[in-house]
Design a protein. Structure first.
Length: 173
């Protein structure tokens, strides 16, 4: 049986169009400010990552940029920015939510559900502020601890170190 020429031509054209579309989609994703993951990582699986990186007991612990970067890249933690709203809007670590020291009580309701979900799934909470001498992260971490969170990690270098190393940032709300 002979295969019609039109069928072969149309099949090759369709395959080419499909590959071209996938290529454009992947390229567009790479150019996004906050690219989508190519594979889904369940949030509950991230606690194992933190256990590998350090044996955390209940309380507040300090972490460095390497651990923070890995948690951000793998979406393995709830990231909270303790800086004032204006600084958060000008730039923050991708995926971070704003829970500033100054507006803690007003902003807490917007974050409370995510904190509860993180606790339920065993996902760590990472808090950061401007730099290693900024006390806002410690104060926000203590207040979250009072609300019932068990393990909180403070990224010591803060946004200044993150941005200074040329790591990806996000803007706006």
């Amino acid at each position: 049986m002979k295969i019609p020429k039109n069928l072969v031509r149309d099949s090759i054209g369709s395959a080419t169009l499909c590959m071209l579309s996938c290529g454009i989609g992947l390229a567009a994703n790479l150019l996004r400010e906050d690219p989508l993951e190519l594979a889904y990582v369940a949030p509950g699986g991230s606690f194992g990552l933190v256990k590998e990186l350090g044996d955390w007991r209940d309380g507040v612990h300090r972490i460095e940029v390497g651990i923070t970067k890995e948690l951000v890249e793998k979406r393995g933690a709830l990231i909270l920015d303790a800086r004032p709203d204006l600084f958060y809007e000008f730039g923050h670590i991708p995926g971070a939510l704003n829970l500033s020291r100054k507006n803690f009580e007003a902003e807490l309701p917007a974050v409370e559900e995510k904190l509860g979900r993180a606790k339920e799934l065993g996902v760590p909470v990472v808090v950061y502020c401007a730099h290693k001498h900024c006390e806002d992260a410690s104060i926000v971490a203590s207040r979250i601890l009072e609300k019932g969170e068990r393990v909180i990690l403070i990224y010591e270098g803060g946004y200044d170190e993150w941005e200074g190393l040329g790591l990806r940032t996000a803007e706006g709300r």
